[in-house]
Structure formats: structure tokens, C-alpha cells
Design a protein around this ligand. Structure first.
Ligand code: HEC
Length: 117
């Protein structure tokens, strides 16, 4: 008879443990399918800071390495073309593929740059 409370404790402990595992595991399982949809919220400014600001400056003001990108007289397609193919001109040479996102992301990046008047 002295053993019964012990088994009860074991059983209770096991059930509690399983419950805890479920509580910790289930919410994470639910999150997994939503993750692939997150990259659709593309952050053009973050992409610029990562891929372009080293040459064009944090505020698009330009530097010794590249001209300013404020008040450009270019279309979105022209900027996408420069991002993809680079450019060699009077200022210097911009290498191609400094940003390698999707076409839609390049477009958003171009629109963000052209919004700086
Ligand atoms: C390695 C340095 C470098 C990086 C990184 C760089 N650029 Fe450039 N970029 C240049 C240079 C140099 C020029 C000028 C080329 C010329 O003389 O025509 C230029 C020109 C441009 C122009 C044309 C400006 C004008 O006055 O017509 C655009 C638009 C542009 N870059 C966008 C970008 C974007 C967007 C990124 C990031 C994806 C980027 N650049 C990253 C060096 C760079």
C-alpha cells in the first residue's frame, strides 16, 4: 500500500510532462507553415543599406566611390537595368548584380530610390 502514492506521482508526473511537451511543441509546429510567406514583405531600405550604401552612401548622398542617387532623372526600368547589369560611365564603374533579389524586389528597390527627390 505504501507504493501506491508513488505510482500515482509517477503517472501524474508523466502526464504533466507530456502536457508540457505538447504546450511547447504545438505552437512551434503551427508557426512553421507561415514562415515561407514572410519574405514577401520586402524592405527596400534594408536592401539598399546592405547592397548599395557602401558606395552610394547611407542617405543616397553619394561618396568618392559613386554618385548621389537623390533626384535621379531615370525610370524604374532604367534603375532595374543598372542594378542588374551595372554601369560604366563618366563617374566610374558600377559592378553588375550588386543586389540579387527577384525582379519584383529590384523594382521595389528602384521605386524606393526614385522616391528620393
Ligand atoms: C561598388 C560600388 C557600387 C555599389 C555597391 C553600387 N553602385 Fe550604383 N553606381 C556606382 C558607380 C561608380 C556609378 C556611376 C557609374 C557611371 O559612371 O555611370 C553608379 C551608378 C548608379 C546609378 C545611376 C546614377 C545616375 O546618376 O544615373 C544608379 C541608379 C545606381 N548606381 C544604383 C545602385 C543601386 C540600386 C545599388 C545597390 C543595389 C548600387 N547602385 C550599388 C557604384 C556602385
Amino acid at each position: 500500500m505504501t507504493r501506491k502514492p508513488f505510482y500515482g506521482l509517477m503517472l501524474g508526473g508523466t502526464v504533466l510532462f507530456l502536457l508540457l511537451v505538447l504546450i511547447v511543441y504545438l505552437p512551434n509546429k503551427g508557426k512553421a507553415p507561415t514562415e515561407p510567406t514572410q519574405p514577401t514583405s520586402f524592405d527596400a531600405e534594408a536592401a539598399f543599406q546592405q547592397s548599395c550604401s557602401s558606395c552610394h552612401g547611407k542617405d543616397l548622398q553619394g561618396s568618392a566611390a559613386a554618385p548621389s542617387l537623390v533626384g535621379l532623372d531615370l525610370t524604374v526600368d532604367e534603375v532595374v537595368d543598372i542594378i542588374t547589369n551595372g554601369r560604366k560611365g563618366s563617374f566610374g564603374f558600377m559592378p553588375p548584380n550588386m543586389f540579387t533579389g527577384s525582379d519584383a524586389e529590384k523594382k521595389q528597390l528602384a521605386e524606393w530610390i526614385l522616391s528620393h527627390k
